[in-house]
Design a protein around this ligand. Structure first.
Ligand code: 15L
Length: 266
């Protein structure tokens, strides 16, 4: 596949979207930004809901690939996730199919497998591990991965689903020493997912080259991803501030951390 050049970025105004608006143009992509909220600094961004079929079809016309980030990024009421994450992702795939777009990078989440127990030291959780969502939010990401698989098999749309860890400027908790994805590595990984000659549906974890990683990065490296950052440089400061995690803490026990006990907001 030739490298996609025009990329529809859904959720462009969100946290990861803001990072990718900075990172992706340096790889030569022209972004078409789409979000419910205005995208700062981009007067041409499409301000619309994913459930607005006309706006989505117009946004999809002429693009080479989609990076689908839009949706609720945390635990929420099931009905809200049903509309934003489940129906929203279905609409993106349907619009991509109708427009003949052949590559999607889907922002899945580690919370699709969040109830997986932390691996023993020296072991890593493979991408083939059983889906064990820790929230309705995680469940919506399981749906997205399965939807990607269906559209790959039935319609030939190639997807890389990235189970993103914690994509922030810096790791902010002790857990994130394992789960951090730096902004620069986020750009590297999404570029690899857009340009690697893969067909079908692939799932990869999205983290930096963290010394304390729990997840197997081999599938992401197989796409050409070469992470440059390691959360370990923040370890001394974070551990001095919060202490090491104790073994009875859910942040220690499950890879989804405190999402495993999160309730939808009232
Ligand atoms: C996610 O999926 C969330 O969107 C993000 O805000 C973080 O909380 C992240 O997971 C995480 O696991 O740290």
């Amino acid at each position: 596949m030739t490298e996609p050049r025009t990329v529809l970025l859904t959720g462009a105004a969100g946290g990861v979207g803001t990072i990718l608006r900075t990172e992706l143009p340096s790889y030569g992509y022209r972004l078409r930004n789409f979000d419910r909220a205005p995208v700062p600094g981009d007067p041409e961004a499409i301000t619309a809901d994913l459930l607005d079929s006309e706006a989505l079809a117009a946004a999809m016309a002429g693009v080479d690939a989609v990076v689908h980030l839009a949706g609720i990024p945390l635990e929420a009421e099931f009905a809200d996730l049903l509309a934003a994450n489940i129906d929203g992702t279905y609409r993106v795939y349907e619009a991509a199919r109708a427009a003949g777009v052949r590559r999607v990078v889907y922002a899945s989440s580690n919370h699709a497998v969040g109830f997986t127990e932390r691996p023993e030291p020296g072991e890593l959780v493979p991408v083939e591990t059983e889906l064990r969502p820790d929230t309705y939010y995680g469940l919506s990401k399981c749906f997205g991965e399965n939807l990607a698989s269906l559209y790959a098999d039935r319609h030939g749309i190639d997807t890389v689903s990235i189970r993103i860890g914690s994509c922030f400027e810096h790791p902010e908790t002790v857990r994130q020493l394992a789960t951090w994805l730096s902004p620069g590595d986020c750009g590297r990984l999404v570029h690899a997912a857009l340009s690697a000659p893969v067909s079908g549906h692939r799932v990869v974890y999205g983290i930096s080259a963290n010394t304390r990683a729990w997840w197997d990065l081999a599938p992401a490296r197989a796409l050409g991803y070469q992470p440059q950052d390691d959360a370990e440089v923040f370890a001394a400061k974070l551990i001095a501030e919060y202490g090491e995690l104790s073994e009875d803490d859910v942040e220690f026990r499950y890879i989804g951390g405190d999402f495993t006990r999160m309730e939808p907001p009232k």
